[in-house]
Design a protein around this ligand. Structure first.
Ligand SMILES: Nc1ncnc2c1ncn2[C@@H]1O[C@H](COP(=O)(O)OP(=O)(O)O)[C@@H](O)[C@H]1O
Ligand SMILES: [Mg+2]
Length: 224
């Protein structure tokens, strides 16, 4: 998946500008940066729910199937299990998979609860399970654990890792947690004011950031 000269503006203000970047299959990319730096805009453009003003995405392979979890999780007004089964409502053979994901995320006991009455963290776990049920090989997760407590966060990370390892898929994980990036990601991308400041292997970049702006960001956020 290659990005070329991507640009998005709102009200004449450029919120994302990316010259050229190539995402390799079978890797987890963490996108980090402060609020408003364009992370969700990038996620939306890659998920094809937001058109860029300029630029192109070159898929590189024809069988990319995107599974996208937006930053705002939504619980539909039906049982949580039915929420999770939404990508494949008529396929009874997927029910066990849905229950397995719910168990892995600690929400099995909520299966019969109405989706719109769940708490923020519960809704996020339902949304993650639902996203995985659509079986994509390009997973785009926008701050999937931001509303979750630590135990749920670690369970979600374990499930994301297992999913990636089983499918050898490409994962784009937007996160504001450097610790989470360190636990999960192969590659790290640091954005500031809509620009990609630095990208590289996660461990290397955390240990020895090249750009002074990355250094300042990591000094401030690396313990979170
Ligand atoms: N629909 C919109 N209309 C106007 N401004 C927007 C819209 N969506 C996002 N923005 C602005 O674009 C910038 C980047 O937003 P976003 O990508 O959501 O940031 P992040 O996810 O990194 O916090 C922010 O300044 C935000 O206010
Ligand atoms: Mg965002």
């Amino acid at each position: 998946m290659r990005i070329q000269k991507l640009r998005k503006s709102y009200n004449n203000k450029t919120v994302l500008q990316l010259e050229d970047f190539c995402f390799e299959a079978d890797r987890i990319y963490a996108v980090v940066g402060t609020n408003g730096c364009g992370k969700s805009t990038l996620a939306r453009i890659l998920a094809a729910v937001l058109p860029p003003d300029k630029g192109s995405l070159i898929l590189g392979r024809e069988d990319y199937q995107i599974s996208y979890m937006p930053q705002k999780s939504y619980g539909f007004q039906m049982q949580a299990l039915k929420n999770v089964l939404l990508p494949c409502p008529k396929d009874a053979s997927r029910k066990q998979q849905a229950l397995d994901y719910m168990q892995a995320l600690g929400i099995l006991e909520l299966a019969q609860q109405p989706g719109h009455r769940l708490s923020g963290g519960e809704t996020a776990r339902v949304a993650l399970a639902r996203t995985l049920m659509s079986d994509g090989n390009f997973l785009i997760l926008d701050e999937p654990t931001a509303a979750m407590d630590m135990q749920s966060t670690l369970a979600a990370e374990k499930l994301i890792r297992e999913y990636q390892q089983e499918k050898h898929c490409l994962v784009l994980l937007v996160t504001h947690s450097i610790k989470q990036a360190e636990r999960l990601a192969d590659e790290l991308l640091f954005f500031q004011e809509g620009q990609l400041v630095e990208a590289g292997p996660c461990r290397e970049m955390l240990q020895a950031p090249r750009d002074p702006r990355t250094r300042i960001f990591l000094d401030f956020y690396s313990s979170t």
